[in-house]
Design a protein around this ligand. Sequence first.
Ligand code: PA5
Length: 454
Amino acid sequence: MNTITLDITNIFSEQIGREGLDGAALAEAFPNLETYNNDLRHSPYPFMKLPETRFQFHEMKSLAEKIKAQGIKNLVLLGIGGSSLGTETIFNALLHPFHNYGREFRGEAPRYFILDNIDPHKINSIIEVIEPEIEKTFLVVISKSGETPETISQFMIFKELLKKSGGNFQERIILITGKEKGILNKIAEKEGYQTLNLPDGVGGRFSVLTPVGMFPAILMGIAVDEIMDGAQAMSSHIQNKAGMENMAFVLSATLYNMDKSGKPIHVIMPYCERLSGFADWFKQLEGESIGKGGFGPTPTKSVGVTDQHSQLQLYVDGPKDKCIMLFYAAQDKRPIPDSFPYLDDVSYLAGKDLKDLFHAEFQGTCLSLTEANTANFTLFLEDINAYTLGVLFCLFEMVTVFLGTLYKVNAFDQPGVEQGKIYTKAIMGKKEFESEGAKIEAILSSPKKIIAFT
Ligand code: PA5
């Protein structure tokens, strides 16, 4: 049930002519990756140790028990970027798509609300929904730096709501943040909130296997140990396989070579709605880790079959600047009844299954891409479950690390994101950020080219 297969046939020139890579292209990257992988065996990055160490699993599980014993109806998660995308991926893949609609879909688990934006309309709407049950609402505030204005401002709003609801509201707030430093730690110390941590050296977008992703998952009753088992198994595959047998080597060498051969757009296209969140997660991981110094691929997302009727025309017939990363996961069954027996035109659907139509659509996409010489490859997943999700997390984190070494960039910083945070704080009048004022003023007061309609 857990086999994952990678088919890269359609990236080579045998299939797609001069748009494809020659057979030796990938192998050229391997010596570099082998050496790097060897070094990592001796000094792994902190995030690589997580599947084995299962950081704070004991604390998380006992805290979750206490919370459940108090009766939790709503879980509100505050966080953005690496602090929310992992949880969204897990929930999207493993919970019922209509989880919040009723007990029949979510069992004993609470409803959840992931606030990965500060759009006031969304915030106001969520408050409207949860306010009647505010005394049974738990807040999990997630910020590695503990300083992100979006998350802190949300916290300020939701803390007051919880406080108004009375009781020992502090017990309904949990903060997940880096150890010691940062505003969230100061607040926790002063106001007495329970905290969980990210281990030292684990950055936001590499933190899904820390309490950032694991604690919300535990609260939802998700089998986090299975996620970790999957990640551990993939980690051992990556450590022990060489060359073309190492899936992370092949994927990173493919994505790198695609960019270098004029295909900088990486379209992540799952044929499986449950991997839509995963596509967003990897989009951030690849984009924020590798897009540096004027270089880097542009990851983008499409979902099969929906986007066949939106983007496929472009992928097939537009510029050959894209590589399509397809994911295919076997689907549930849903027979198509023979509803219109008098219509010959639809008889080819009658008595078949949606699963077969879905597969035929996927095959149709592969064939038309390949026929049009658009590079594409597919990762086939036998099943989507906690274990395979763990496998994917580990695989694509390592793909990103290997891409970092191929591009020769530091995959772990994000100077562009940090600059945006600095400007926001300066515009909002934060002390010590006054020096940015003149620069911002110059930009904002420069002549504008505006077209208005009234
Ligand atoms: O991956 C990253 O480092 C970023 O996307 C951060 O997760 C994001 O900016 C939020 O930062 P923080 O977790 O410090 O609030």
